[in-house]
Design a binder for this molecule. Sequence first.
Ligand code: SF4
Ligand code: SF4
Length: 131
Amino acid sequence: MPVAQDCLQCGKCCEKWGWDQKGVIEDIVPWILEGRKDILRHVGIRFTDGTRATGRDLSMDDLPRIARIDYWVSPEGKKLRHCPFFFRADDGKAYCRIHGAKPAVCVSFTPWNEKIRDYALYCPACRDTAP
Ligand code: SF4
Ligand code: SF4
């Protein structure tokens, strides 16, 4: 398959896979440094001592204590079954409210490059590519 392919912004991938994803520290650092509490309040954190919180009040000092990062939770810490940053505009296209700051799992999601065929079959942009 070609490396480059245009996303059609159908939103299917965000709806199907844009939640219940594991996060990485590299995502969290810029959100803390840039004060992105709008994002951090939807991040589930489990600390090495077993306690849980949202990322809202995280500081850089907390990073060594993080055992697990989950996308996404409500501001009360309840696991969400959708992405809170996803929206569909009047033009029918899907948009990401945090496009410039979205997590690595979203940035790296290019199904036309995936080896897992299920992903490509689900993505209409991939239907334009040669088998
Ligand atoms: S499923 Fe494919 S075309 Fe649709 S938003 Fe995701 S990457 Fe874009
Ligand atoms: S953060 Fe953006 S790209 Fe990632 S699942 Fe949500 S809407 Fe999609």
